[in-house]
Design a protein around this ligand. Sequence first.
Ligand SMILES: C[S@@+](CC[C@H](N)C(=O)[O-])C[C@H]1O[C@@H](n2cnc3c(N)ncnc32)[C@H](O)[C@@H]1O
Length: 197
Amino acid sequence: MINDQRKWDSIFSSRNEDPESSLPRPPALLDDYMEYFWPGPILDLACGDGAASLAISRNGIEVHGVDVSPVGLDRLSKFANHEGLAVKTLAADLDHPNRLFTENLISEARYAAITALRFKATLSCWQTLIPALKPGGYLVIASFNMAHSRKTGFNPKFCLREGEYLPLSDTLDCMHYRQTERSDGNFDEYLFCKPLP
Ligand SMILES: C[S@@+](CC[C@H](N)C(=O)[O-])C[C@H]1O[C@@H](n2cnc3c(N)ncnc32)[C@H](O)[C@@H]1O
């Protein structure tokens, strides 16, 4: 959505560009899921300026990062270049996830894992993107929940409701769904696996 782009372009523009002092900090939970990204490639939805994408790429895993904010993606590319990492960036609006296929930005059965961290995609966005996952591949989803909103005042509109993504179990195996309290917030975390044919 154009408003999302304006808002996030402005947020990213206001940040310092120095790769030594302003690298985005990965979510604390990321290490718990690194094994599911192997061997890649992985699609990082709403990757922003690369908090997760860069950390995953440092593990030698190919990352394609999608975001609505070209300013965020540009920062991500600069940080990646600075470290000699190759992270492919895709500018796209996840309110229209089907365009990722129709504009040939992604293809079916391409990814070992798809992730979205600290971003609430709609259930229908996830349903649209499942074909991009390889059989045996994982969806790794973790975003702020209602407990986080109650605790910090963070807008509940951007928070996951209890069990909001459990309907994905109709097509994927749910390995776990849990509500966690991490050093950087309260999260709903999901791990799904796409069944082998
Ligand atoms: C809270 S940041 C999270 C960034 C990153 N995943 C992280 O954990 O640091 C939310 C991101 O969602 C992106 N975003 C918001 N609305 C979007 C949309 N409709 N399509 C794609 N990206 C969107 C923003 O540009 C921003 O980078």
